[in-house]
Structures are given as C-alpha cells and as structure tokens.
Ligand binder design. Structure first.
Ligand code: FAD
Length: 453
C-alpha cells in the first residue's frame, strides 16, 4: 500500500475543508485534503449554490408569467426544466472544478476517496487506484453533515431530501414540504414559482422558528400570495396506504396527496462510519466539541464546519477553516467572531446578524414601504431593524426582511464586527437610492432623528 506523509490531513473538501486546505497551502504547510465525493461538499454540489441557481431560475420564470402593474406584458412563459438543470449543473461543475484548481495553486494535494481514520495521526483512503495510507502531524475533521431522516418518512420513493429535490428533472404537479426552515422554504417557494402546487408543514407556530414572528410574517404573507398552502402547528405522521402524506394539524388529521414529499427538517453532523468513533473525542450533543482554535479534546486533531454545531452555514465553516490553518502554522489566531450572518433566500429574503429584540435591549424598525428604492423595485414588503444598547448606542443586532435584503448582510456584519454605534451608521453616507439607506434610516430612528419617516 502507498503511504503519504503530510503536516495537515483534512478530511472533507466542503467549504470548511477546502478553505482550510487553501490557507494551509498558502502558509507553506504540506497539506492533503481527502474528499469522498466531489470537491466543494454540500454547499457547492447539493446546497447553497444549486439552490440559489434554482431560486433565480424560478424568480425569472415567475416574473415572466405573472401579470404586473409596471406595463410589461406577460405571456405564456415556458420552462425547459432539463435546460434549467443543465445550466445549474454547469455552475456547480465550474465551481467544483475551481476548488480543485485553487487547492493545486496553493500546492495542497487533493486525494479523491473515502477516508477511514485509523488513529489521530493516520487514515486510510480507498482511491480508484487502490488504498493509500496517510500519516499526518495534524488532522482536521471537516466531514460536514447530511439530511435528517424521519423514522415515519424514510427517504426513498416519493419521499426525498433536498439533494433529490434540487435535481428533479420535472416540476412536480404537487409537492409537500415537511419543515418550514430555510431549506424547505427556499425549495418550496422555487417550486411554487415554477408551477408546482406546494404545501408546507411546520411544527411550530411560525416558519423559521428560530427567529421572531415579526421577521417571518412578510415571508408567510408572500407564501400565501404565491398560493402555497401553509400549515403551522402541524406534524407529518407518515404515509397513508394510498401514499398520501398524513398530517396531524392543530385541530384535525389531514391527508395531503403529493407527487413528492420533501423532508427538510434539519441536518445531522457526519461523525459516524469513518473511524471517528475510535478517537473517542469529547462531543457536544451530536457535534464534536471544539475550543476557540477549533481544537478537539485530542491534541492536534481539529474539527471545523457543520460537524462542530450551529449555525451550520458555509461561511462559518470557511472562517473556521482559516482559523485552524493559521493556528497550525503558528499564527496567533483564535475564533473571536462577534457577527455570524444568516440569510434565508426566501421571498422576501431574511437576513439576521447578532441579537434579536428582547426586553433588555432597545430596537427600531424602518419599514421598506418608506424606502424609495423598495418602491422602484415594486417590493415594499418588509423592514430593516436595529437592536442596540440604549445607553451606549452600541449596535448589537441588525436584521432585515425584504426583496434583495441578502445584500445587506455584509454591512450588518461589518457594523457589528467593528463595534459600530447608531451614530457611526447614521453618519455614514449611504448611496441613494439603495436599500442600504434603510440601514442609515433605522439608525437615525434609534437616535430619534428619522428623516424619511
Ligand atoms: P460539507 O459541505 O458537508 O462537506 C463535507 C465533505 O466531507 C463532503 O463533501 C463529504 O463528501 C466529505 N466527507 C465526509 N466524510 C468523509 C470521509 N470519511 N472521507 C472523505 N470525505 C468525506 N449555507 C450557507 O451558508 N448559505 C446557504 O445559502 C446555504 N444553503 C444551503 C442549501 C441547502 C439545500 C443545503 C443542504 C445546505 C445549505 N447551506 C447553506 C449549508 C452549507 O451547505 C453547509 O453549512 C456547508 O456546506 C458546511 O460545510 P462543511 O465543510 O462543514 O461540510
């Protein structure tokens, strides 16, 4: 068997692993990244990128097919789903190929094959050319996550995960979505815009249950406007003999016929089946416990990304990958982030950074109905909100819901990371007319100096 040696062995080439591999290579560390499927991981192959491509295609189609008051005639828009999928797959191929190229440029080696951990210093990889043993000084576990399966609705047949939903060759006539989190809402909304009759079930009393109801209300209103049948306080129970989805709703038991049932109820960290158990690492629930350098309970074994806990987002995985590479290279780096943006590419989009409103903090809300830019986009549903400490004016949280609001995530994060006060934002000139002006306006509101409301 061939044996390779390296300073850093990274298991998994998702956003966490490949970024760690690029940064480690840049820093001159002899690095091997092992990937069992395709470079780019969940995010590039079956997550962030294909879902956003599908959402874009659905938005374009829906816009063409929907009567408007702008004076643009709508017609019989047609959809060639095979071409849509080919376009989406082309983007995925370009990006995943790009990841391989970036690793090569950084002089990190990519080995394709599934890694089996032997101990904290070695792993074996089954490659098409035969088994390879890799011995390392540092090991980074970046094995990501996979969709949660419901025991009452196991994947198979008409019950599909987000991975299959993003690869459908036809728009289903009917689609039931179990789970009103961001993945279910994004795919459900896209399919509705492409013409499917969509039903969404959520066990909580509002969608996106980790956020407050004010933030999610505009999304809920739009789901209903798009003709999506939304059932709150509803639990999927299984399939009937006829193959309908059985649901325990708040007051009744209902059966929902559906061509496909998308189960999108969260993701499980991938920590089993590749020898990780043998390291007996300290866990935090289902996740691998890590410190502020992403070090696990075993020296020189690190973990990054979805295996380390919430929020399971690509940019968190990437930032952790950078921290680990720099730490191994001897740089004085720690995980000290104040801001972790989260964006739901729903319609309207939701962006959340920092603290949500609560009794111990002040907040101000600027409605997009007062934004000139929102009016010119013909989408005035939603708002921008700032959460701040009343005595110091320190900005603790920024949130928005609105069409195009995702692009505010950068400003929100920067403000919190740089410890901005309301005055800092209010005195920063924001270009007119942009949605960004609403961030300035909401800060002025907090100061009692609103100009446009
Ligand atoms: P992953 O991307 O899961 O990568 C882990 C990799 O490790 C995989 O490629 C896997 O094959 C490999 N691997 C596992 N075990 C082994 C082994 N033993 N040997 C070799 N290789 C192995 N996040 C966002 O920030 N924004 C979004 O808009 C967004 N949209 C999403 C939409 C969907 C539908 C889904 C499912 C997810 C979305 N996410 C989004 C989440 C995002 O994809 C994940 O947070 C991110 O991919 C996690 O990165 P990671 O590197 O930790 O793991």
């Amino acid at each position: 068997m061939r044996t390779e040696r390296c300073q850093v062995l990274i298991i998994g080439a998702g956003p966490g692993g490949y970024v760690c591999g690029i940064r480690a290579g840049q820093l001159g560390l002899d690095t091997i990244v092992v990937e069992g499927k395709a470079p780019g991981g969940t995010c590039l192959n079956v997550g962030c990128i294909p879902s956003k491509a599908l959402i874009h295609a659905a938005d374009e189609f829906h816009r063409l097919a929907t009567p408007n008051k702008i004076g643009i005639a709508t017609g019989a828009a047609t959809l060639d789903m095979a071409q849509t999928q080919a376009w989406k797959d082309g983007i995925v191929a370009r990006l995943t190929h790009g990841v391989s190229g970036l690793l090569k440029k950084a002089k990190s080696r990519l080995i394709v094959g599934r890694a089996q951990i032997l101990d904290g210093k070695s792993a074996q990889v089954e490659t098409p050319e035969g088994p390879v043993r890799i011995e390392c000084e540092n090991m980074v576990i970046a094995s990501g996550s996979h969709p949660t399966q419901l025991s009452a609705l196991p994947f198979g047949g008409k019950v599909i995960s987000s991975t299959q939903a993003l690869a459908l060759s036809d728009v289903p006539k009917t689609l039931a979505v179990v789970g009103g989190g961001y993945i279910g809402l994004e795919i459900g909304t896209a399919m509705a815009k492409l013409g499917a009759q969509v039903t969404i079930l959520e066990a909580a009393d509002h969608i996106l249950p980790q956020y407050d109801a004010a933030l999610t209300k505009p999304v809920e209103a739009r789901l209903r406007e798009l003709g999506i049948d939304l059932h709150l306080n509803s639990m999927a129970k299984g399939l009937s003999a006829k193959g309908d989805l059985q649901v325990a709703a708040s007051e009744e038991q209902i059966d929902i016929p559906a061509d496909h049932i998308l189960v999108a109820v969260g993701r499980v960290p991938t920590t089993q089946g590749f020898g990780l158990e043998g390291l007996a690492l300290k866990m935090a629930g289902n996740y691998i416990a890590v410190d502020e350098k992403c070090q696990t309970s075993m020296r020189q074994v690190f973990a990054i990304g979805d295996v380390t806990g919430d929020p399971t987002l690509a940019h968190r995985a990437m930032a952790q990958g950078t921290v680990v590479a720099e730490h191994i290279a001897g740089q004085p780096t720690v995980w000290d982030k104040r801001a972790m943006p989260a964006v739901c590419f729903t319609d309207p989009e939701v962006v959340v950074v920092g603290k949500l409103p609560s009794d111990d903090v002040a907040s101000a809300v600027f409605p997009l109905s007062a934004s000139g830019r929102a009016m010119t986009m013909d989408r005035t549903d939603g708002f921008v909100r700032v959460v701040y400490d009343e005595s110091s004016e320190l900005v603790l949280g920024l949130q928005a819901v609105g069409a195009g609001a995702s692009e505010l995530a950068g400003e929100f994060s920067l403000a919190i990371e740089m410890c901005a006060t309301l005055t800092d934002i209010a005195q920063t000139i924001h270009a007119h007319p942009t949605l960004g002006e609403s961030v300035q306006e909401v800060s002025l509101m907090g100061l009692g100096q609103a100009l446009h409301l």
